[in-house]
Design a protein around this ligand. Sequence first.
Ligand code: ADP
Length: 325
Amino acid sequence: MTTDRNEIAIEATEVCKRYGDREAVASVSLEVRRGEFFGLLGPNGAGKSTLIEIMEGLRQADSGTVRVLGNSTWPRDIALLPRIGVQTQSSAFFVRQTAHEHLATVAALYRADRIAADRTLRTVGLTEQRDVLVENLSGGQRQRLAIASALVHDPELIFLDEPTAALDPQARRDLWQLLRQLKKAGRTIVYTTHHLDEAEALCDRVAILVAGRIAALDSPHQLIAAAGAPTRLLLPAGRLNPDEAAAIPGVDRAEEEGGSLVLETTVSGKVLQAVDALIGLDGLQSRTATLEDVYLRLTGAAALDLANSDSHTEHPPYFPAKDPA
Ligand code: ADP
């Protein structure tokens, strides 16, 4: 890598962690750059929380090293704490306190300035809920308060573990706005999510963890491009028969599905021209591959690998043999 060391927020090198005979994190190396919005994705049990806790300095790796903002995270480095913000899946709140009292208490623990609590409530859009008891906040408002607790001392690096879990679609979108603002303000964000659309919309780069290993690491755009997944062109059924469609140069597959004729192609420009010449483009819809397609291929392939683990095959860096479909 040619990245300047000052530009690196997190440098993890060959990090391993076992619980008994379960290999939770298996030789993971990665770098997160300063100012980057970095997503950690993977199915339940893939090792995301373990890895993030090691990066936060909350858990000790069996081997390997992690440097955060230039400092080793283990043994625990007290000087690092004010420079990082942590929101966990089970963020705790002080009971019988209002949103403001809770945040002012957290701010005091970090010796943040006195106006930090109100400023951060404003940042996360909770000014109106300032004097509401924590237990009376809605789920979305509590998630915002948990994020506020990770932000109140103005850290350089923020870890968010599933910040949008269990939110309704509107609350989730509202939180995206907040996360985008944080990135714009130059914060480095490491975050886990199960929402692939969200990771695609927010992250500069994502690492997909499968069974403790990095199965892919790149920008969502590059991962999607590298997957070579076809574009799907949907035509209203009856406009073109499937055999005619399959004969168009560049069409890999043509099949009727739920009222549409679906053409799969990796050369959509060429196929669109041909369709236009044959029947016109009215009513045509185009669906490009998404990060979710990439993710499902990787994690699905790994699940199959695990089921056949006698074969001792290594997890592929990108994709196994192309989907036969
Ligand atoms: P994820 O966050 O991706 O769901 P985790 O890091 O929580 O993954 O877990 C990775 C693996 O390690 C899982 O198989 C999980 O059951 C196991 N594991 C996690 N924490 C512990 C623990 N404290 N003790 C024993 N096993 C654990």
